[in-house]
Design a protein around this ligand. Sequence first.
Ligand SMILES: Nc1ncnc2c1ncn2[C@@H]1O[C@H](COP(=O)(O)OP(=O)(O)OP(=O)(O)O)[C@@H](O)[C@H]1O
Ligand SMILES: [Mg+2]
Length: 316
Amino acid sequence: MLILKDVVKTFKGFTLRVDYLEIPDGRYVVVLGPSGSGKTTLLRLIAGLERPDGGSVVLDGRDVTNLPVWERDVGIVFQSYALYPHLTVFDNIAMPLKNKRLPKPEIRRRVEEIAVVLNIADQLHKYPHQLSGGQQQRVAIARALVKEPKVLLLDEPLSNLDARLRLEVRGFLKELQRRLHATVLHVTHDQEEAMALGDLLVVINNGRIEQVGPPDELYARPKSLFVFQFLGLSNLVPAKLVGLGEGLVGFRPEDVALGEGDHRAKVLREEYLGPYKLYELDFNGVRIKARAPPTAAFREGDVVQFSIDVKKALRF
Ligand SMILES: Nc1ncnc2c1ncn2[C@@H]1O[C@H](COP(=O)(O)OP(=O)(O)OP(=O)(O)O)[C@@H](O)[C@H]1O
Ligand SMILES: [Mg+2]
């Protein structure tokens, strides 16, 4: 288990502060937050590429706060892959084992083994520039995994891939993590990627952890307006508009039922998205989104009745 306690790291104009964060063994943990929120800094602190100004990083009961990166049992995949261009795939993957001065036959065995797992066994003789983006990605993952680290740290590992490949490698990462029972800490700013992969999400905003929990819990019971609006589509309206008193009320597009109910709104726009339609509506001057079956036939300009599932509404 990885634990961060009272960790503080300050750069000019930015402070990352983690009072307490526990990364359980064998889980896929995703750190989610907007650009500049401190995700990479958090990963670098865990990796040992950055020293905190205060607090401690504990890995399996051992305080590693002041240990350099090579003495921590972590594997890292950087956003840019950072493969050595002048080395073959084999030598790229073998590098961490060579640094550990393992015997050559063992290095060969382990590189070939991990290459099979990552489906790049037939690419070992090539150079990085001879590989597709997805293959390079897997080489970077193989290199991080080959020394069998306690924790695998992935910084936006899918961001350089096209949409289709991203989905493919995404599924692959999760299956690999399950197969190896690895502890993964995956950083992304993509909420869909985070929800799809994470057993546990850590939502970070402006250097602070906003909430930690399974994706369905964060989606249904966000503790802050930030978490509510960062995960999925959301609506926010003055509570008095929906007869719920003071303050603001949040609800999801799928918790709006169009066609009947006490409220009225004007259809501004319709999007057909295959399994469903998404409507954008003007509700007394506030824009809201509503989800409807693909067969719904409301038109732009129509005034429609609707209701909100108030049991699922959130107060802010
Ligand atoms: N070495 C550094 N020196 C000074 N400021 C830094 C340094 N590293 C990060 N920062 C600042 O810390 C803040 C958080 O940066 P970080 O890279 O952790 O964000 P991020 O969440 O990974 O963002 P992104 O999604 O864009 O990668 C930013 O304001 C950044 O400018
Ligand atoms: Mg980053």
